[in-house]
Write a protein that binds this ligand. Structure first.
Ligand code: CO
Length: 214
């Protein structure tokens, strides 16, 4: 029970601190949420979105999974995107990968088995797609980090092709999709220049981002 007691103690201390800093914080935030951004990131414990993005509670609507993957067949991810853009009317979606990603490394090491191994097939396919380029990168960790970048670009492309995102653009509503990579060595983001603002831009921006990255 020590672990749970530690969590409860830290939670009480945090709530007290927030109330001390801003008396009506919880009253203000409890009625409804109006986040401006959907964040799709990796489950890795070193990349908590709200903290690395310097955001406050209420600012980011979050979906995380192993390897920040966006699959049309993943009802969880598709529901999150649909709710974010159709109900919350979010105007920005960020796909954020990170360097030193265990999911990406597992694809190179051919290590993951069971369900995770199955889940990583998407990243395995991306590695296969860009194999010629990746094999030219001599340094092993740089090769893995490059695949992390390519994975983000591919997942941005997948986000842009989801029914709810396409519908939002068809209705003429503002929606921007961005791709970032987080450097766990220095805590900084790199913009992968794959920002998409409408249906027509997808292919061109995807191609130039892949070109820029490779
Ligand atoms: Co990761």
């Amino acid at each position: 029970m020590d672990f749970i007691n530690r969590i409860l103690k830290k939670n009480r201390a945090r709530a007290e601190y927030i109330k001390f800093q801003e008396q009506y914080f919880f009253q203000n935030i409890s009625s409804r949420q109006t986040p401006e951004c959907l964040w799709i990131g990796c489950s890795d414990s070193r990349v908590p979105p709200t903290i690395i993005a310097g955001s406050e509670p209420g600012e980011l609507f979050v979906h995380r999974n192993i390897g920040n993957v966006v699959l049309q067949t993943d009802i969880n991810c598709m529901s999150v995107i649909e709710y974010a853009v159709c109900v919350l009317k979010i105007e920005h979606i960020i796909v954020c990968g990170h360097y030193n990603c265990g999911a990406v490394q597992a694809v190179f090491d051919d290590k993951a088995d069971g369900l995770v191994g199955n889940w990583l097939n998407t990243i395995r396919d991306i590695k296969q797609k860009h194999n010629v380029f990746l094999n030219k990168v001599r340094d092993i960790s740089q090769r893995s980090d490059k695949l992390s970048e390519l994975n983000v670009i591919e997942q941005v492309y997948n986000v842009c092709n989801t029914p709810s995102v396409k519908k939002t653009w068809e209705q003429g509503r503002k929606l921007e999709v961005h791709g970032l990579i987080y450097n766990v060595h220095n805590g900084l983001f790199k913009d992968l220049k794959v920002g998409v603002t409408c249906q027509h831009g997808i292919s061109e921006i995807y191609r130039s981002a892949i070109f820029y990255s490779t």
